[in-house]
Design a protein around this ligand. Structure first.
Ligand code: RB5
Length: 143
């Protein structure tokens, strides 16, 4: 299960991503928002982060205008490693190296074609499991 949410700046891209996930047969839960009316992105970051931390969803996708505010908000929550990606190299590397559990995107930054490829790369790339990367994640998490 994938948790997905956005603010008004990410609403259009979220619609594209949801249609893409449906086409791929991937289950998702949409935590809002539901229109392009202005909302506060930290609220939506928390909803997706909580679903991931509760274990209801394996991964999350968060979208705001730039992807910056919503990723900052998500990364304040312990256990969340949200990666703002603008290309597929970043999406692949953050899964392999950081075991990122949330992908952040900027709806005003990346077009839908690139965004969908970033989503696929993020969802399809496993964590490398390499000791040095695991050690660094544990240092981030204070373990
Ligand atoms: C909303 O206008 C915009 O500030 C928000 O979507 C995001 O880009 C914040 O980082």
């Amino acid at each position: 299960m994938i948790a997905i949410a956005c603010d008004h700046g990410g609403y259009q891209l979220k619609q594209e991503i949801k249609a893409h996930l449906e086409k791929r047969g991937l289950a998702f839960q949409d935590f809002g928002c539901d229109s392009e009316a202005a909302v506060d992105y930290p609220i939506y970051a928390r909803k997706v982060a909580d679903a991931v931390l509760r274990g209801e969803c394996e991964r999350g996708i968060l979208i705001c205008g730039t992807g910056i505010g919503i990723s900052i908000a998500a990364n304040r929550i312990k256990g969340i490693r949200a990666a703002l990606c603008t290309d597929c190299f970043m999406a692949e590397a953050t899964r392999q190296h950081n075991d990122a559990n949330i992908l952040a995107l900027g709806g005003r930054v990346v077009g839908p074609g690139l965004a969908l490829k970033i989503v696929d790369t993020f969802l399809d790339t496993p964590f490398s499991g390499q000791e040095r990367h695991q050690r660094r994640i544990e240092l981030i998490e204070g373990e």
